[in-house]
Structure formats: C-alpha cells, structure tokens
Design a protein around this ligand. Sequence first.
Ligand code: URA
Length: 256
Amino acid sequence: MQNNSEINSLDNKGERLQKLLAHAGVASRRQAEQMILEGEVTVNGEIVTILGTRVQLQDKVAVKGKLITVPAEDLVYYLLNKPTGVISSAKDPQGRKTVIDLLQEVPQRVYPVGRLDYDTSGILLLTNDGELAHRLMHPRYGVEKTYRVGVKEKLSPSALDQLQKGVVLEDGKTAPAKIREVSRLAEGPLNLIDITIHEGRNRQVRHMFARVGYPVMSLKRIRFGPLELEPNLSQGKYRKLSKPEVQALQRAVQLV
Ligand code: URA
C-alpha cells in the first residue's frame, strides 16, 4: 500500500482504493469514498482514511471487516512472453507501453506477478488472483526463476563460482544460484548462461553479473516456477494457463 504522499515519487502502479471498491461492485465511487473517510475500509488490517491510497493486487482490502475478493469463477491466469521495450507495471506515468496494453483481448483487470525490467523479455504471469500472486512473489515460498543471460565474453571459472555461491550486492549477499553454460561464443555473438535464482531483488541478475565483471547484454526469463517459456510463443504474445498449470503454481506455493 502507498499513501498519497508517496505515489508521486514511486511509479504510478496499483489502483486507487475507491476505484477498486467501485470495480469490485461494493459501492459507487462516491459511496466508496465516503466509506473510506468514515474508517470502514482496511488495507492489510489497517484502517485507511486517505482517499487515493493506492493498493496492489496482493493487498488485502476489507470493508467493515469483510474481505473483498474476486469470486473463484472469475479468476483468470495468463502467461505473456514480454518483449523488451515494454514496462511491466500496470500503468506508467511517462505514458510508455505497458504489459497490460499487450493483453488487448482480456476483459478482466489483471495485474503482473512481479516485474521484469523494461529491457528484459520472457515469461510474465498476469492474474487477478491476489493470493496466488502474493505467494508467488513472497520470498518465503522461494519460487525459482531461470534467466537466460547473454554476455560478451566467456565467464571465468571464478566468476561462475562466485555467481553460484552468492555475490555481495548493495543490499547484501545473494543466495546461492544454479548456473548452466548454454552456449559458447563460437555459436553466436553472445555467450549464453542460464541462472536460476529464487530471490526477486531489483535488477538482481544484472547486478550479479556486473559485480563479477560481465555486464549483461541480453536477459530473458525462460522459467517461472513450474512454467517454461515455450519456443512457439513469440514475444508480445500471450496465452491462458491451463488448469494443470494453475494447479502446479498453486502447489509451488502450498495453496493446494
Ligand atoms: N533480474 C534482472 O536484472 N532483471 C529482471 O528483469 C529480472 C531479474
């Protein structure tokens, strides 16, 4: 949750509380504003009386103690192959294209599960299932993500070793990662390495590789938990997840 004073300095993501309540069919926008002002609305257990407070998909919003949820039959799940040059939050104050703009034929209000940088491509999940999204992003569940990283030179054994054991970044040491060399320079312009991590720090992979002396030239997420990026889903394309895929995600975060 962000309060009004914070929203201008942060990127303009999330949805205004009164708008969310109106969309959830709780009340009209005006009535929702009144409910907020009267202290009837909580976000994650705290009463919120500031109009315009922004909430994220994973925030728990309740009115008079009753949780606002999307009915199970209306929950939807999509996998997008995010192209580079698109931002992964739902809205951009600078007016750049967002991943939501790519989901033209999705009528539901869905939100991205976590983030990929503007210049990163690959798997991005979008859903209106707040609980699943929350767990998939929560460090407690340690959902693994694999990134295919392109660098200009072949990594030294020492760099590979450091990446594997964890490198010290500004916000502390990274957890051990799994590393696999995919191709050597002779096969293409870049040396490709797959790295699997289960943390989700800001620009983590780029910072890790820079730290060991190899700036990232290309970055694509090829696996998110149990889901892999299939070669026939080209960049910018998306598809609905199947029931077994949703169940696999739920299992990964102990929801079933
Ligand atoms: N790590 C990064 O550096 N960027 C991403 O988009 C995802 C993980």
